[in-house]
Write a protein that binds this ligand. Structure first.
Ligand code: ADP
Length: 358
């Protein structure tokens, strides 16, 4: 216990274990003795008692000092003690949390190192794919010229076809990687996006694939959301393209695009009646370069990882429900735009508000 002037007046055996002081050494010492020099300099011990005096208690977590000068991280609670309304002092309870603190620091260091490595890897992938693009375009261009050469014998013709197809595949890989590495943290292009208009544009771009497979695409009335139009377009494009690619040969492919609004977010879904995904493979889907048993279908395993990155950077989430041989529903939620209001709170703009502002 500490008296009103900050002097320690009683002791319990835990003090010996935690701080190293015997009873006779501890009693009569100023309570500031267990604080670090830096905290004493800025009057932390005094401030703690004054807070307890006005609020009834003061809690904090900070480094403290033992008798031998070593430090430990402690959570402390100072409680005001009164007798018949008269302040008689304070009781302080402390718990050694050093291990927990060190563990948290270690975790934070690891998370920072991981984020740094991830950033470096993403930058590397971005630079490599950017630099690969030009020579690949050259190979593709010349291979196409060669393909038209009437002097080619049938064997050479087949070889040139392979070069053209292989290069086309690599160009797509390089472009997809570039899209994945685009800095989705850049919020300068975020605005209100009319997703009905966006979907029309995406479907126009997929017209050939839609016609080739005779796909029916149905869409709900779609809302306006707060997002980066180009990146959101990539999400729709990847999901719809997958719905077409992974269709089931036994039925006419059908894709449904829906939107549902909640108080806090818009949930979009892209449903197909394709081959579906087994339950144990679902968790792998959104990881970069992960492909399921899809060797018969061209792809590179970047599309869903890109969708996840875009959606998560908008503060949303993406998931899938699927049944093998029946189809899949890929859903993603995008939070409504949140604006800071006076007092530090936040307010969500509803769909109609966002539509008016657009
Ligand atoms: P890609 O299609 O280029 O392989 P994605 O990242 O878009 O890469 O998809 C990863 C994998 O998820 C695909 O290889 C495929 O096995 C599976 N997949 C994606 N969408 C669907 C879908 N609609 N139906 C069934 N499987 C799908």
């Amino acid at each position: 216990m500490i008296d009103g002037a900050g002097i320690i007046v009683t002791w319990n055996p835990g003090v010996k274990r935690l701080l190293g002081y015997d009873e006779e050494e501890f009693i009569g010492k100023p309570f500031s003795a267990i604080f670090s020099d830096d905290d004493v300099k800025v009057n932390v011990p005094e401030a703690e008692l004054r807070t307890a005096e006005t609020a009834g208690k003061a809690e904090d977590e900070r480094w403290h000092r033992r008798k031998d000068g070593s430090t430990f991280w402690a959570s402390g609670l100072v409680t005001l003690m009164k007798d018949n309304g008269r302040v008689i002092g304070f009781a302080k309870i402390m718990r050694d949390q050093t291990q927990k603190k060190r563990f948290e620091e270690q975790l934070a260091d690891q998370a920072n190192a991981l984020a740094l490595a991830n950033r470096e890897l993403t930058n590397f992938a971005g630079v490599v794919s950017h630099d690969l693009n030009a020579p690949l375009q050259t190979v593709y261009g010349f291979a196409n010229i060669l393909k038209e050469n009437p002097g080619l014998d049938s064997e050479a013709e087949v070889s040139v076809h392979h070069i053209v197809d292989g290069t086309k595949h690599m160009i797509k890989l390089v472009n997809d990687l570039l899209q994945y590495t685009v800095d989705t943290k850049d919020t300068s292009a975020v605005s209100f996006v009319d997703t009905a208009v966006l979907l029309k544009t995406i479907l126009r771009g997929l017209e050939v694939a839609i016609r080739e497979k005779n796909v029916t695409v149905q869409a709900d009335a779609l809302p306006t959301v707060w997002a980066d139009e180009t990146q959101l377009g990539r999400v729709f494009q990847n999901l719809i393209e997958n719905g077409i690619k992974y269709s089931c040969s036994e039925r006419v492919p059908e894709i449904k695009v829906r939107a549902q609004e909640t108080d806090s977010e818009t949930i979009f879904s892209v449903e197909d009646n394709g081959r579906g995904i087994s339950e144990h493979e679902i968790n792998r889907l959104f990881t970069l370069f992960e492909r399921l048993d899809s060797t018969a279908v061209l792809g590179n395993g970047i599309g869903l990882a890109t969708c996840r990155k875009v959606v998560e950077r908008l503060g949303g989430r993406i998931w899938v429900n699927s049944k093998v041989n029946q189809g899949s529903v890929f859903s993603f939620a995008i939070p409504h735009r949140r604006e800071t209001i006076d007092g530090g709170g936040t307010a969500a703009l509803s769909r109609s508000e966002s539509a008016q502002t657009a």
